[in-house]
Design a protein around this ligand. Sequence first.
Ligand code: FA5
Length: 350
Amino acid sequence: MDLQEQLEHLKKETLAKIEDVSNLDHLNDIRVNILGKKGPLTEILRGMKDLTAEERPKVGSFANQVKEKLADAIQEKKDILEQEALTLALKAETIDVTLPGNTSVHGTTHILTQTIEEIEDIFLGMGYQIIEGYEVEQDEYNFERMNIPKNHPARDMQDSFYISNELLLRTHTSPVQARTMEKHDFSQGSLRMISPGKVFRRDNDDATHSHQFHQIEGLVIDEGITMGDLKGTLEVLLKKMFGEDREIRLRPSYFPFTEPSVEVDVSCFKCGGEGCNVCKGSGWIEILGAGMVHPDVLKMSGIDSEKYSGFAFGLGPDRVAMLRHGVNDIRYFYHNDHRFIEQFNVKESN
Ligand code: FA5
């Protein structure tokens, strides 16, 4: 067989092999074997040195055609086999489009946050600023500037978590009163603020007490502020929160930082005052502590108590949320049980 015949034979034989092959690995073996440096094609071409100068270009050109033809055939077969493999893989991966997809759990605005935001909106509508205080507070602001000096018995009611002798987790939001008053510039107008936030007490947790809860402090200072302003303001708040036909009542109380001091009750929103399980038969629900800011508290914050007067109040939004939503244990708010929290998905579902 001359070289041309050998090339023709190799072409035929290899094309038949390519035709028969049914997997990509074997096809690759053929490619390496035939077209590689140690393959039969190279071997045949080695014989070209014995050809005459006339024959050599003819055989060389034919050899190139054979090489190209085989390379093309291999590539073509490779495309086919790859396509088949892909089709098979897709068939194996059956997707049941009727199965439920992977859902992500959507969070809910916590009911306490919703309650606080609702109260904030009411006060923003009355021109109040919202001021944030410090959760870690100085003894001076938490107690002293609120007229509760060291060894004052009122400290017993608000035992705290101390970080050092002078630093503690605040027991109420009242220190924000002092921090705001000392900065306020009355030439710019009256002071009207609320301050919501977390507070902490060394209380034993039970259905109505938590060692961490929330308060919303309110403070208004200007010339000529009276108890009438306090009552009117709280009436607006409590009617918006508990219903327009609610009434409020002020009972004498004691806080070292207000004089006079009151506890504020709202007529029961469930029974309307008849007496029921929500108001424990009294017809009234105790909702917050308030009073006229003590002149000494004004003075300690650099305010002329002869010229200015004001009222303050401290409301527990946890208590408000419990009453409005019939939650009988404050601890539910802090357990972060999704089954409880997602029941109050009020905003998101509207
Ligand atoms: C105060 O903390 C005063 N700073 C409120 C105040 C501000 C009075 C301004 C006058 C002027 P009291 O200790 O009563 O007051 O707490 C206020 C409210 O916080 C209570 O009515 C109650 O709703 C809530 N509260 C108190 N202790 C707890 C507790 N351990 N767990 C849950 N809520 C509590």
